[in-house]
Design a binder for this molecule. Sequence first.
Ligand SMILES: Cc1ncc(COP(=O)(O)O)c(C=O)c1O
Length: 458
Amino acid sequence: MPYAPNSLAARDVAYTMHPYTNLAAHEQRGPHVISRGEGIYIWDDEGNRYIEGLAGLWCVSLGFNEQRLIDAATRQLGILPYSHTFAHRSTEPVIELCEHLIRIAPEPMAHAFLLNSGSEAIDTAIKFAWYYNNALGRREKKKIISRKRGYHGVTVAGGSLTAIPLMQNDFDLPVSDRFLTTDTPHHYRGARPGESEEDFATRLADSLEQLILAEGPETVAAFVAEPVMGAGGVIPPPRTYFEKVQAVLRRHDVLMVADEVICGFGRTANMWGSQTYGIVPDMVTCAKQLSSAYLPISAVMISQPIYEAFRDLSAKHGAFGMGYTYGGHPVCAAVALETLRIYEERDILGHVRAVAPRFQQRLHALGDHPLVGEARGVGLVGAIEIVEDKATRASFAPERKAANQVFERTVANGLITRALPGDAVATCPPLIIDETQVDDLFDRLERGLDEAAKSLRG
Ligand SMILES: Cc1ncc(COP(=O)(O)O)c(C=O)c1O
C-alpha cells in the first residue's frame, strides 16, 4: 500500500465512493487529496502546487479564493439560510438572479427555473419537452436526440442522452427507446478524405434529417447538444454545423435544447456558446460557471411560447407539478448572483477575449508535437488528441492508456488536465487566467507530452 494506515488516504479508500475512478486501482493508490486553492492554483496535502488546468470540472471560473463569493454566501446564510420557491413563494436572491440571468441569456430565453446540478437541468429540460408537447396535444412527439460522445449528465434521463459507452454500459442506459443518437460532429475523425468542414456539416445535418424522417417527425420532440462537446473530448462543431442542423429542426418542429453547462458564461469568448455558433435555442441548460462552482446551482431557461404552454397546461392540472427542495436555494442563488455581477463589473468576457488568442495559439502549436494528431479548441477551452501515427491518425491501443499517460505526466509537472474519451487531453482553466499563466500552463503541458512520448514510444 502506498499510503499509511489511518492516513487520510486509507480512510478515503475505506469509506468513500469515487465517480469516474477505477475502483480497483484506487484501492491500491489511494486518492490525490487536494487541500486548498488560491487563484488558478490548488495545493495537495503534501504541499505540491498545481495549475488547476481544468478549473475543477470546467467550473471554477473566478479561481479558488474569490472573497466576494465567500461574503455573499456568508451574508445570505446570516439573513435567510433557506426558503423554497414552491407554491407562490420566492426570495430576493432568486428574483434578482433570474432577472439578471434572463437579461444576459441567449435570445429568446424568457423564464428561468432553478435547480442544483447540470444533470438535473437536463432531466428537467427533457420533462419540459414532454410537458410542452402534451400541452400542445402532441402526445406522440416525445423522442429526444443527442449526439454520440455528447455529455449531458448521469441521471437516468440525462445519462440516457450521454452517449459515451463508459457512462451507459451496465447502467442499463439509455432507459428507453425514446432516446436516440446521431453523429458526432468531429471533422478530424468523422470526415471523409478531402471533405470540407462545410460538406461534413451538410452530411451530418442530412443524416439527422434521415433519422427524424425514419422515426417520424411527429414522434421527435427535441435535439439536445452542447455548443462545444466537452467531456466527450472537447469538440467544437465544424463550420456551418448548427445553422444546418437548426434548419432541419425547424422543418420538423423539433426543439433545440442548448446544453450550456460548460460553454455558458464566457468559456467560448462569448457569454454563451449559442452566440459563438449562431444557435437560437428553445431551451438552455446552464450550471457550473453560473456560481463559479462555489455552491451547486443550475438553471433551465425557456422561451416565451414554451412558458405559455406550461401556464395553460398547469392551470388544467391545478399547479406546475415540478420542483426541487433545493431548487432556488437562497444561498446558492446569492452566490450565483454575485458571480454574474462580478462577470459584468470586471468585464470577464473582455478578459477572456484578450487572453484567448494566446491560449489558442499555444494550444494549436501543440499540433506539431509528434504525439498530437489534432489540437482543437475555442476561447479558453481546448484539447489535444493523442495518436500513435500522425500520418494515418492511428490511435494507440486502448490498453496503453495514452491520454492517461499524458495526464499523469502533466500532473507530475504541476498541471491538472483531464484525459477524455478518444485519447483527448483537455484543458479549460479558470477564466481569470492571465497571459503569463497561460504560457506557464502550456510549458507544463509540453513537458508532460515530451515525457509521455518517451514512455509511449520507448
Ligand atoms: C454539458 C454538460 N451537461 C451536463 C452535465 C452534468 O452536470 P452535473 O455533473 O452538474 O450533473 C455536465 C457535467 O460535466 C456537462 O458538461
